[in-house]
Write a new protein. Structure first.
Length: 108
């Protein structure tokens, strides 16, 4: 399913549902609570996006998400972020962090 298809489905279920800009790859579905539907993002994928796209460390990415995303209430359409017990992205996350360390040790 493409991002546009996911976006359209969520909008059909709740026209007031909001999406997290820049985290299209992390949109994994939707969640429902008290008859309200909201976009559902994979937290670890969001962290990976910030590391890869913005060059943040894991700590920086988690702090950014905590302050700017998880801590932001923008109404009943505010997206949800899933913290999965089994992380399918852990191997990629470790590879990205390892690549960054290798580049920093290699010098200019």
């Amino acid at each position: 399913m493409t991002f546009e298809e996911k976006k359209e489905l969520i909008a059909e279920l709740n026209p007031e549902a909001l999406l997290a800009d820049g985290f299209e790859e992390a949109l994994i579905g939707y969640a429902q609570q008290f008859n309200k539907t909201m976009a559902l993002y994979d937290y670890e994928r969001c962290v990976s996006i910030l590391i890869r796209r913005d060059g943040m460390s894991r700590e920086e990415a988690e702090e950014f998400l905590s302050f700017n995303t998880l801590g932001a209430w923008v109404g009943e359409g505010t997206p949800c972020f899933a913290f999965l017990f089994e992380d399918p992205n852990a191997k990629e996350e470790n590879r990205l962090e390892s690549d960054r360390e290798d580049r920093s040790q290699a010098g200019p």
